[in-house]
Design a protein around this ligand. Structure first.
Ligand SMILES: [Zn+2]
Length: 199
């Protein structure tokens, strides 16, 4: 059995995932969004790119079976499986300090962008930018007219996705700390999630 590790509520974690290994991300309580990034193992200027992935996928948000591309259009990660209803977002930017400042929060507030930086720093890496994440379980339904809304995740507790590395890469997860009542992406209650490294 693989070891199960925690991404504590409002925090981030990163791990080096070798080609052929996979990360299983578990939505333990079902209502938590996980911002997810990939970076080249030894070069963070190379990153998982949602816009490049969309060109190849032919649909807006990644789904199980998709090959996710890096910023040079090369395969980086296989979105191998998903036992949730498959509702994810890849269009909205990660929350960051300015996002919470604009909510009127004067003191420090955890954010996905900050979590990404800290998680990379724990592996002695940094990125000059915060790439567009794959926002796992983030429920942003669009109307035919292109309007969208923030909704609560539709995942069940324990649902998981498996992301298999097609090249050596660093995968980063942030248990999104969004807790503002107008943005119920985590049902207003940010919590921990879990993950496993699979061979
Ligand atoms: Zn966030």
């Amino acid at each position: 059995m693989p070891t199960t590790l925690e991404v504590p509520a409002r925090q981030g974690r990163a791990g080096l995932v070798r080609r052929g290994q996979a990360l299983r991300v578990i939505n333990t309580l079902g209502h938590q969004v996980v911002d997810f990034w990939g970076f080249g193992a030894d070069d963070t200027t190379l990153y998982l790119s949602m816009s490049h992935t969309r060109v190849r996928a032919g649909h807006v948000n990644p789904r199980a079976g998709d090959t996710l591309l890096d910023s040079r259009r090369e395969p980086m990660i296989l979105f191998e499986s998903d036992d949730s209803p498959g509702v994810h977002d890849s269009l909205l930017a990660a929350c960051d300090p300015n996002r919470y400042r604009q909510f009127g929060i004067a003191s420090f507030h955890d954010s996905c962008a900050n979590n990404m930086e800290r998680a990379l720093a724990a592996l002695d890496r940094k990125s000059a930018i915060c790439p567009q994440p794959l926002n796992l379980w983030m429920n942003i339904p669009f109307t035919a007219e292109g309007q969208w809304q923030f909704r609560e995740p539709v995942s069940k507790p324990g649902a998981a996705v498996v992301m298999r590395a097609l090249v050596d890469c660093v995968m980063v997860m942030s248990a999104c700390p969004q807790d503002q009542s107008s943005v119920p992406v985590n049902a207003g209650k940010p919590v921990a999630v879990h993950y496993q490294l699979l061979d």
